[in-house]
Design a protein around this ligand. Structure first.
Ligand code: DP6
Length: 328
């Protein structure tokens, strides 16, 4: 049956960076994120006995099946087919409602929507836990786009137990992520490569030691809706992610001058009394975290920085869900 799913991207407060098992994408550490309500992917999947090959259409363009992006989608379809015990080929169409290459994690929303739609289309009735495990194998951060709101992805020594679950629903805390886009260019080194490279940083053991208490600080701050506590932990975490990337061999450098300018501006606004904190992804764009009451001011100030090409504002988003409008 033709099935469409919609899911949000997410911004990690505690980052997933490095795997225990690269093949199954079992993360080295627990991570915690917020779903982004205005950054969604819609994906339609139909298994069709008449097809000789899978067909993958992303953003309206059909990909060659050998292209890396298509191969990754097909590998995820293969996981679904193995679970459903079918061999039927599928047609997949997917589109993002946010600019691609804007530095927003499209693999998180993309693999969450693909996994949800493909599992349903194949007739599988999977629980949220099972869907998150399956999505994680397509893209680690996608596991966290299956449950709603503020979501943790727990690691495990067993792949089938490394799953995501909601820490709090989206309405728990009216936070905003004001994303300052300083570069829309495709990143030079993708996350998958970054996860592999993490193991070569001499500082990784240090990070893995520091993470459990930081993870609990973030979790507690979310439950208590304590922005200064959340903010100090996420800023440490963002800087550490980039430190590990930069000290990998060979180094991975995601910085851009605009990124540093936005961070310095945010620190200045905070010193002047505005409650705003930054986090970063594997790229130069800056995610400014504030409460809804301050979002207008944060957005207005961010737009005054000349390096900022665009600003996207997101509130906490819901769970991956079925969509009603098919893409084909
Ligand atoms: C920095 O989930 O994109 O955004 O599993 O290889 O698809 P793959 O990696 P991905 O890595 C996310 C890295 C991050 C941090 C995070 O979202 O936790």
């Amino acid at each position: 049956m033709k099935t469409t799913a919609v899911s949000c991207s997410n911004i990690a407060f505690i980052k997933y960076w490095g795997n225990r098992d690269n093949l199954r994408r079992v993360p080295l550490n627990d991570s915690l994120s917020m779903n982004l309500d205005h950054a969604t992917t819609t994906t339609t999947v139909a298994f069709d006995a008449k097809l000789e090959n899978d067909r993958v259409i992303i953003g309206g363009a059909e990909l060659e099946n050998a292209a890396p992006a298509a191969a990754r989608v097909i590998a995820q379809l293969d996981r679904v087919r193995a679970l459903a015990k079918i061999e039927t080929k599928a047609r997949v169409a997917s589109k993002n409602n946010f600019p691609t290459g804007a530095g927003i994690a499209s693999s998180a929303s993309g693999f969450a929507a693909l996994t949800f739609a493909a599992a349903r289309a194949a007739g599988l009735e999977l629980s949220e836990l099972e869907l998150s495990v399956l999505a994680r194998q397509g893209s680690g951060s996608a596991a966290r786009s299956i449950p709603p709101g503020f979501v943790e992805l727990l690691t495990s020594w067993e792949s089938n137990r490394s799953h995501a679950r909601s820490v709090a629903p989206p309405e728990h805390w009216d936070l905003r992520d004001v994303i300052a886009i300083v570069s829309a260019a495709e990143k030079m080194v993708g996350s998958t490569e970054g996860h592999h490279a993490a193991q070569t940083s001499p500082f990784l053991p240090e990070r893995l030691n520091a993470l459990p208490p930081r993870f609990h600080r973030v979790r507690r701050a979310i439950l208590a809706k304590d922005l200064p506590a959340l903010g100090s932990a996420i800023e440490e975490e963002a800087i550490e992610l980039h430190s590990i990337a930069m000290t990998s061999r060979p180094p991975i450098f995601y910085w851009a001058p605009g990124m540093v300018r936005v961070i310095q501006a945010a620190l200045k606004w905070r010193a002047e009394g505005l409650a705003v904190y930054f986090t970063l992804d594997a790229g130069p764009n800056v995610h400014l975290i504030c409460e809804a009451k301050d979002v207008e001011q944060v957005e207005k100030l961010t737009r005054t920085i000349s390096d900022v090409k665009d600003v996207l504002v997101n509130a906490p988003g819901g769970a991956a869900k079925l969509g009603t409008t098919h893409l084909f």
